[in-house]
Design a protein around this ligand. Structure first.
Ligand code: ADP
Ligand code: MG
Length: 353
């Protein structure tokens, strides 16, 4: 029998339902947890059926949900820039780096440095001096030119090297920030865990990051609703997702207002300012959760033209949906069949053959 899987309505990416069931049907489900971690709401929704068709016992379900939560806690305790004893905290305070980083920290930093290079620096894991200065999540502060220049002078990813569990920096003031990749990474780790546990399907969501898997794949696809940047209570459309990760980065997610100006949380690493993008949001769909997260941030920073050129370069395998500030939706052709526009009055164009 086919089971329906669904998740909570979430502020950034709405995850809807595969077979028309209403939110009330699963709101009180015990097969789902939602908790706050990594600065966002995390929802874990494992299928209650195993691959072989057996029902998942309540004990096993409890263990699965507990383990997923423990995974996110471990990732947060390792990567958080605000927890002093995290690897990030220790590395950021150190003068030359740390030699006892956890494999998680070393691996994700290494992946981050590779993506940073591939995106021409649009994604950068070494922006913590800027993130701390602007303090968007803590209420916001508009820095002076001198402060901005000083913070920006300590953000060169080339100052960092990873060798096994040793992570070195040649600039003592440089600090790392996994804000644009950590949640996608956590999605990936939870999905891998649930898949390895032998379930037939699972769905996780962390703020603007969604991960899903299904096996067998003849189940209905999950429906991921994409928020309208111009009206965050509405959707621009739905994306059908069976296996993979969706990540959204937009200027409407976190921001503050000062002197009549809006300052959002995605920085252009070349200026240190909130990226002056001609996009309102960038959605990336990929088979790698950390990559999807990092690339959604990178494409937003790049803007329409560069983002499409980056896509065309074929350096990474991904699909994208870009919403421009002038009211268009660009969908890369490989994902067009999975995206259904539902509202917002945008003009939709396909990119690629
Ligand atoms: P969200 O965290 O809202 O899902 P993103 O994935 O786009 O959004 O990540 C934005 C966060 O990443 C910021 O809050 C900041 O900590 C960090 N950040 C900002 N600009 C960049 C950038 N260009 N490259 C990498 N990280 C960034
Ligand atoms: Mg991101």
């Amino acid at each position: 029998m086919m089971r329906r899987i669904a998740a909570l309505l979430l502020p950034v990416v709405f995850v809807l339902f595969s077979a028309g069931c209403a939110p009330d049907d699963f709101k009180d489900s015990t097969h789902m947890v939602t908790f706050f971690a990594m600065n966002t709401y995390v929802t874990v929704r494992p299928s209650d059926v195993m691959r072989d068709g057996e029902a998942v016992s309540p004990d096993v379900m409890d263990t699965l949900l507990t383990e997923c939560r423990a995974l996110v806690t471990e990732i947060e305790n390792t990567l958080s820039a605000t927890l002093p004893e995290s690897d990030t905290g220790r590395f950021n305070r150190s003068a030359e780096g740390i030699t006892d980083a956890s494999p998680l920290f070393a691996e994700l930093l290494s992946r981050s440095l590779t993506i940073s290079e591939a995106t021409g620096g649009a994604f950068s894991p070494t922006l913590q001096t800027l993130t701390a200065l602007w303090n968007v999540t803590g209420g916001g502060y508009v820095p002076t030119d001198a402060q901005l220049k000083e913070a920006l002078s300590h953000t060169d990813p080339a100052a960092v090297t990873v060798t096994g569990n040793a992570v070195y920096k040649t600039d003592a003031a440089l600090m790392v920030d996994f804000g644009a990749i950590g949640k996608g990474y956590a999605a990936e780790r939870m999905i891998e865990y649930l898949r390895d546990a032998g379930l037939q399907a699972g769905l996780v969501s962390l703020g603007g990051n969604v991960g899903a898997f299904q096996s067998p794949t003849d189940l209905d696809a999950f429906t991921v609703g994409i928020t309208d940047p111009a009206d965050t209570s509405a959707l621009i459309g739905n994306l059908a997702l069976k296996n993979g990760y969706v990540s959204v980065s937009g200027d409407y997610e976190r921001y503050f207002e000062a002197g009549g100006e809006i300052y959002h949380h995605i920085f252009d690493p070349s200026t240190g300012m909130p990226a002056d993008s001609d996009l309102r949001c960038a959605v990336v769909i990929a088979q790698d959760g950390a990559l999807a997260d990092a690339l959604s941030t990178a494409l937003f920073v790049m803007g329409e033209e560069q983002a499409l050129a980056f896509y065309d370069s074929g350096i990474y395998d991904f699909h994208a949906i870009l919403v421009t500030a002038d009211g268009r939706i660009l969908v890369t052709s490989g994902i067009a069949g999975a995206f259904e526009q539902t509202g917002g009055g945008y003009e939709l164009t396909l990119h690629g053959q």
